[in-house]
Design a protein around this ligand. Structure first.
Ligand SMILES: NC(=O)c1ccc[n+]([C@@H]2O[C@H](COP(=O)([O-])OP(=O)(O)OC[C@H]3O[C@@H](n4cnc5c(N)ncnc54)[C@H](O)[C@@H]3O)[C@@H](O)[C@H]2O)c1
Length: 256
């Protein structure tokens, strides 16, 4: 799919991986709409990219519908959707520090899994009403973000791992649902990328985990993530799969 001249809707686009992908796509001629609950920060990135910033919580159905309508009116229907809004918590199931609060488990599932589905379903419905873009009959692509933690969850990551395994699990059925309309669905599972979200991880844990990345032994850069997002947009054979981008890291048990 040729990306030049298309519109992308990027949730979590104010920061980290979402902002990195927005920078890469914008440089390739894509108009970027950044949907984030931090509208001030989204505005700063949007100003840099001549894009659009929208303040919105991804779990709020009517608010996402309104934001999508605004994007369609101002930039056209998004043919690229990147679900990069996400949160993390580090709490064990049960133990010396007490039991995992149910509300915290539900909050992570709600933002990372339900929020991703909410934006994907509404954006897909909008794309379905648009004409195909190429001879394959392609109408667009939805890219979701899971994490290597979906497969190798360390201690304290039970809620986050469950949310990201859910994102991985919905990739194939969503791709199959939307295939008749020429809409692809691909999930990316990043390893360790240097973003504000990762800055919440204790330094001692970072110091122990980066040396376990086989190669290259460093943080990933959000622009490297963005380069993969661009390739997923452009390569129409990528569909219904989760791609790890992680320097071959396989996470161990973590802090014991
Ligand atoms: N950084 C990493 O190493 C890494 C690794 C694997 C997966 N991920 C995933 O990548 C995604 C992006 O993470 P990041 O590292 O760029 O984090 P980040 O904190 O830099 O960016 C996340 C953005 O999402 C926004 N957001 C959070 N909840 C929201 C909500 N309910 N509605 C709207 N916006 C919301 C935040 O305001 C923020 O701008 C997340 O899903 C994260 O789990 C990150």
């Amino acid at each position: 799919m040729e990306v030049k001249g298309l519109t992308a809707l990027i949730t979590g686009g104010a920061s980290g991986l979402g902002a990195g992908a927005a920078r890469v796509l914008s440089a390739a001629g894509v108009r970027c709409a950044l949907l984030d609950r931090n509208v001030e920060l989204a505005g700063e990135v949007a100003a840099e990219l001549d894009g659009l910033a929208l303040g919105c919580d991804v779990v709020d159905g009517p608010a996402v519908e309104a934001a999508l309508a605004e994007v369609r009116a101002q930039l056209g229907t998004p043919r690229i959707v990147l679900n990069a809004a996400g949160i993390d918590v580090a709490i064990r199931t049960a133990g010396a520090k007490g039991v995992h609060p149910l509300e915290e488990f539900e909050r992570v599932i709600r933002v990372n899994l339900t929020g991703t589905f909410n934006v994907a379903r509404l954006a897909a419905q909008a794309m379905i009403g648009e004409p195909p873009l190429n001879a394959d009959g392609e109408r667009g692509v939805i890219i979701n973000i899971a994490s290597v933690v979906a497969q190798d969850g360390p201690v304290g990551q039970v809620a986050y791992a469950a949310s990201k395994a859910g994102v991985q699990g919905m990739t194939l059925p969503m791709a199959r649902d939307l295939a008749p309309f020429g809409i692809r669905v691909v999930t990316v599972a990043p390893g360790m990328f240097e973003t504000p979200l990762a800055s919440g991880i204790p330094q001692s844990w970072i110091d122990s985990i980066i040396p376990t990345v086989p190669f290259p032994k460093r943080w990933g850069n959000p622009l490297e993530f963005g380069a993969l997002v661009r390739q997923i947009c452009e390569n129409s054979m990528l569909n219904g799969e989760m791609i790890r981008i992680d320097g071959a890291i396989r996470m161990g048990i973590g802090r014991s």
